[in-house]
Design a protein around this ligand. Structure first.
Ligand code: NAX
Length: 328
């Protein structure tokens, strides 16, 4: 068997942590032949809950799980990790301003950037899930200069998968035959879920659905607002779908995207498609041998360009707010 890979999950005592740790231990992230050692980090008030999760992982007797490190010390938790899934963060509470939430989270991501930079294995791949995901990952990148920018990404795969799911439900075609939607920009309600290049059973999605008013209207708002709809239904935010999509994100990044298929990932922008440079923006990407590349040459119509600009503008604004919070 190959050497075990060490996978860090921060916020491991939280909702998404509870959903993702068993998925990783089952091989959903790095494949069914790759042994793993889970590194779980949370904060002091969650120490007992974290120990409970560790106990359950032991009790589940996973064949692929070669060890569990549960810690409230970021330096210890980051030691030798090959993959870091950053789920821990400060939640928005009633009455809190956007700036207050931003300020708490950028401080966390600045500190964890240093812990990762000092302790992670060379080539460590980082996925930020915690909100504001794009800006947290940007802060992490800025404060971990020795980690290559291309190794730091954020999660928009959940939005991508939500878009696939909506097209599947609408068309009655299994989701496995729906491909190549795109999430552009920020993981927020300004994101642009784009169906113009999507296919359903090999045919253009617009042709199969046959309802442009829906695709340009309710489809987009349903995907943008899906997180809020889940909170309304469950009384809790998305957890199993977020965990599953985070596994998809890392799996495709490490093991490659299938031929002819792209996925959406938040990555450090090179300005492709007129996106602002210097922010983490979600693009369509293909992955091969552990490296992602932005799909180039897609045609973009006027309405799409306007939506891509609006979400890019929001990221520039978030970056300015984050810098202000850090006093930089
Ligand atoms: P929970 O509040 O259940 O869990 C968060 C955990 O993080 C808690 O156990 C908390 O103690 C821990 N934590 C706080 N500060 C920490 C620190 N400095 N170091 C380590 N751990 C720390 O939230 P959950 O529902 O699991 O969601 C986690 C994050 O994912 C939130 O920021 C949420 O907004 C974000 N989401 C992002 C999504 C995406 O698609 N990018 C979708 C799902 C989710 O809403």
């Amino acid at each position: 068997a190959p050497e075990p890979k060490r996978i860090l999950v921060t916020g491991a005592a939280g909702q998404i942590g509870y959903a993702i740790c068993p998925m990783i231990a089952r091989g959903a992230m790095l494949g069914p032949d790759q042994p793993v050692i889970l590194h779980m980090l949370d904060i002091e008030p969650a120490k007992q809950a974290l120990e409970g999760v560790r106990m359950e992982l032991v009790d589940a007797a996973y064949p692929l799980l070669m060890g569990v490190v549960a810690s409230t010390d970021a330096e210890e938790a980051c030691k030798g990790v090959d993959v870091a899934v950053m789920v821990g963060g400060f939640p928005r509470k009633a009455g809190m301003e956007r700036k207050d939430v931003m300020s708490k989270n950028v401080a966390i991501y600045k500190a964890q950037a240093s812990a990762l930079e000092k302790n992670a294995a060379p080539g460590c791949k980082v996925l930020v899930v915690a909100n504001p995901a794009n800006t947290n990952s940007l802060i992490l990148k800025e404060h971990a200069p020795s980690i290559p920018a291309e190794n730091i990404t954020c999660l928009t795969r959940l939005d991508h998968n939500r878009a696939l799911g909506q097209l599947s439900e609408r068309s009655g075609v299994h989701v496995g035959k729906v491909k190549n939607v795109i999430i552009w920009g920020n993981h927020s309600s300004t994101q642009y879920p784009d169906v113009n290049h999507a296919t359903i059973d090999g045919k253009p999605a617009r042709e199969v659905i046959g309802d442009d008013a829906y695709l340009d209207g309710d489809f987009i708002s349903t995907v943008q607002q899906r997180g809020a709809a889940i909170i309304k239904a469950r009384g809790l935010s998305s957890a199993l779908s977020a965990a599953s999509s985070a596994c998809d994100h890392i799996r495709d990044w490490v093991l490659g995207t299938p031929e002819g298929t792209w996925v959406s990932m938040g990555v450090y922008s090179d300005g492709s498609y007129g996106a602002p440079k210097g922010v983490v923006y979600s693009f369509p990407v293909t992955c091969k041998a552990g490296t992602w590349s932005i799909v180039q040459g897609l045609s973009i119509d006027e309405p799409s360009a306007a939506k891509m600009k609006a979400t890019g503008d929001e990221l520039v604004e978030e970056k300015a707010l984050a810098m202000e919070c850090l006093g930089e």
